[in-house]
Design a protein around this ligand. Structure first.
Ligand code: CAP
Ligand code: MG
Length: 431
């Protein structure tokens, strides 16, 4: 009987990808009774030009728009996509293809989009970060040490005025940044506009008193036109940044806001709330490495990547792979789970470590992550027995100790704020 499907036409194990192909690396598990080749054909087919049956009529150019599964290695398959099927500068379209219907195919038990190699023909249509790591360090006048920030805790509940007072205490304790929590936007009890106004006058006061640059990551997350208005307001009040929950607002909104931030010369702080819904399962979903990569391409200036030893999931190798993807100019891993990537003139993104950090584990975090990061210590300063200001001070002391290679117990002998923090938390690794 003649075959009624053409999935096998999407597999060519002899295919040599061209330098302009977009190449995806998937981890896949075929469903029962499906061979690896049959499953691999379905991945390439459904994510490009194919359908479940042969067709009576095809365009003459069909071969130019078909993806090819060209390398099958155990549970991994590489798929090459011709560049001309991708609209320049349209990131949602890329996702609709390589991260679309294929996740629901009955032929696959599990499917994970692990990484994507994006050729220069694709990347050249995106801005990348406006500031990048160097630009952020220049903005904040912080040369070598980690940039420090804290989220007011509890996450929600403070009025705008109370929130700004906590921000002031955080800044005066020595931190560079205060940050909104991912679920704080504009509520009855804490309106965005009020928060911006109060925080800007507290920032002016803190800058005057400390002689240091102080800034805020105020969360504009919302409907896109609302976010544009909020970005303008932050610009008008002299803030350097916007903060967006990049996953929940969606990639299209992020692209729009990237353009707005170019006009206003605002940096973007990317919070990744919701990522674990699709990246936590190692066998199914989309990797954070890939999400961070497209955020770099679109142009966020800093993004959460995890802490390894904090309260949230993320193994050391996952976190460090993401770090190198968003900071290196060429990513040329020998690992089977990371593809080559040339970033050309696209700037590096500042990695953000956050979640469960306190002064007692800061040196351990820096040992893993290095010092070219933003360190967000929130519960770990507001929970200090003497309050936020001493908490921030203790965290700064812990960074100093780590950078001077002095042990925390030793440094605590002459730094009472650090001593008090260590008495409460020790070296606890929160869960
Ligand atoms: C940290 C945090 C961040 C997480 C996000 C929180 O607070 O504000 O949202 O770090 O996770 O609410 O948990 P704490 P990630 O410092 O008090 O833990 O950085 O992994 O994306
Ligand atoms: Mg948070």
């Amino acid at each position: 009987m003649k075959s009624i499907d053409w999935y096998q036409d999407f597999v060519d194990l002899k295919y040599k990808p061209s330098k302009n192909d977009v190449i995806c690396l998937f981890r896949f598990e075929p469903a029962l009774k499906m061979s690896r080749v049959e499953a691999a054909g379905r991945i390439a087919s459904e994510s490009s030009a194919g359908t479940w049956t042969t067709l009576t009529k095809l365009p003459k150019t069909i071969e130019k728009v078909m993806a090819t599964s060209f390398e099958i290695n155990g549970n991994f398959v590489k798929v090459a996509y011709p560049i001309n099927i991708w609209e320049p500068g349209n990131m949602p379209q890329l996702l609709s293809g390589i991260a679309g219907n294929i996740f629901g195919m009955k032929a696959l038990e599990n499917l994970k989009l692990v990484d994507v190699l994006l050729p220069i023909q694709y990347t050249r249509h995106f801005r990348g970060p406006e500031f990048g790591i160097e630009g952020i360090r220049r903005l904040l006048k912080v040369k070598k040490r980690p940039i420090t920030g804290a989220v007011a805790k509890p996450k929600i509940g403070w009025s705008a005025k109370e929130h700004a007072k906590i921000a002031y205490e955080t800044w005066i304790g020595g931190f560079d940044l205060v940050k909104d929590d991912e679920n704080l936007t504009s509520t009855q009890f804490n309106k965005f506009e009020q928060r911006v106004k109060f925080c800007s006058s507290m920032r002016d006061k803190a800058e005057k008193e400390s002689g240091e640059r102080k800034s805020a990551l105020i969360n504009i997350t919302g409907e896109t036109r609302q976010m544009i208005k909020r970005a303008k307001m932050l610009h008008d009040f002299g803030f350097e940044y916007i903060m967006i929950d990049v996953i929940t607002v969606g990639i299209s909104a992020l692209q729009t806001l990237r353009e707005v931030c170019h006009d206003y010369k605002l940096a973007i702080h990317a919070h990744r709330a919701m990522h674990a819904a699709f990246d936590r399962n190692p066998r199914h979903g989309i990797s954070m490495l890939f999400m961070a990569k497209i955020c770099r391409l679109i142009g966020v200036d800093q993004i959460h990547i995890g802490t390894v030893i904090g309260k949230l999931v993320g193994t050391q190798s996952e976190v460090l792979d993401i770090k190198s993807e968003i900071t290196a100019n060429r990513v040329n891993h020998k690992k089977s789970s990371v593809l080559y990537q040339h970033w050309n003139n696209i700037k590096p993104v500042l990695p953000v470590s956050s979640g469960g950090i306190h002064p007692g584990i800061i040196p351990d975090v820096l040992k893993i992550m290095g010092t070219d990061i933003a360190l967000l210590v929130s519960g770990g300063i507001h929970g200090h027995p003497n309050g936020t200001r001493d908490g921030a001070c203790a965290a700064m002391q812990s960074i100093e100790a780590a950078m001077k290679k002095i042990s925390l117990p030793e440094y605590a002998k002459t730094h009472p704020e650090l001593r008090t923090a260590l008495e409460k938390w020790g070296r606890l690794r929160p869960q």
